[in-house]
Design a protein around this ligand. Structure first.
Ligand SMILES: Cc1ncc(COP(=O)(O)O)c(C=O)c1O
Length: 288
């Protein structure tokens, strides 16, 4: 169990940490969040995550209640107090507390909450066997590039996955193209060895891991295309994987009951997984 949470400037026993019932995050999902991997005491891609947090906030005209430098320091203090070396740092900023009314409050005071929770390292079983995904309709709004706390379609999708024994649900747009997972970006490798992922428009989240993978692919000379791919193309692909900050590169070996490739994680997925692991190991230490 996490020991401390950060709530608007205070480090509070996690069991007692709370926000007001009229916080707009609670009533309107009027807020954004980030998740940063703390890996063996190192913060992975902190800069890009905080850049995306600032972008999400700017898109919704919510202000960060403290400077970015102060946020970084508070996050480190929270990590220090929790004494976890591997976990997920969760940062949430909402438009704050105000009497319930849809329009922005006249004098908003945004709320900042942070938690750290421990996680296990990547299960070797997944790297050996891969995971199953199921496809569901993408029921989300038109600005999926903003990392808002409005995650109900993602919640329903993930629950559908769990109920059918899968690890993740991939969402499909109205034309049968995969947008992304409920908490991950989606990738395939074609018969020609080309890495494919959907372009980062407003219909998906521009994953920080996604961006790092594209850079790694570029560095090691793997050809890639940012284009849409359908559920059928994914089922027929040589390799399939998903990416996110919690589980970086996760091989997918089954989509809607259809076995992908030879049913084993592909060599490119495994190579990208291992390269990303090395990148995490080389990330800056959170605490000096
Ligand atoms: C909908 C969605 N897409 C993609 C991702 C992957 O983003 P990142 O690599 O920044 O964790 C996430 C992460 O939670 C997500 O929720």
């Amino acid at each position: 169990m996490p020991r401390f949470a950060y709530v608007n400037g205070r480090y509070i026993d996690h069991r007692r940490a709370s926000v007001h019932v009229e916080d707009r995050g609670y009533q309107f999902a009027d807020g954004v969040y980030e998740v940063i991997h703390l890996f063996r005491g190192r913060l992975v891609d902190e800069g890009p995550h905080l850049d995306r947090l600032e972008r999400s906030l700017a898109e919704l005209r919510i202000s960060l209640p403290l400077s970015r430098a102060a946020l970084s320091l508070a996050m480190r203090e929270l990590i220090r107090r929790n004494r976890y070396s591997t976990g997920l740092v969760y940062i949430q900023v909402t438009r704050g507390v105000a009497p319930r009314d849809h329009k922005f409050p006249a004098d908003p005071h945004s709320s900042l909450v942070m938690t750290v929770r421990p996680i296990s390292e990547f299960p070797s079983e997944i790297l050996e066997n891969g995971v199953r995904v199921v496809t569901v309709d993408d029921l989300r709004w038109a600005r999926c590039d903003i990392k808002t706390v409005a995650l109900l379609p993602n919640v329903l999708g993930k629950q559908a996955a769990v109920e059918s024994g899968a690890y993740e649900a991939w969402m499909c747009d109205g034309d049968g193209f995969i947008t992304e997972g409920t908490s991950s970006n989606a990738w395939i490798v074609t018969a020609e060895g080309v890495l494919v992922t959907r372009p980062a428009g407003i219909d998906i989240l521009r994953g920080i891991t996604r961006q790092a993978i594209l850079e790694h692919a570029d560095e090691i000379g793997i050809p890639f295309e940012e284009r849409k791919f359908s559920r059928e193309e994914a089922c027929a692909a040589c390799e399939v994987f998903l990416s996110n900050s919690s589980h970086f590169v996760t091989p997918v070996t089954n989509i809607d009951g259809v076995v992908v490739g030879n049913g084993r994680p592909g060599s490119l997925s495994t190579a990208l997984h291992n390269r990303y692991l090395a990148f995490m190991c080389a990330s800056p230490r959170a605490l000096s």
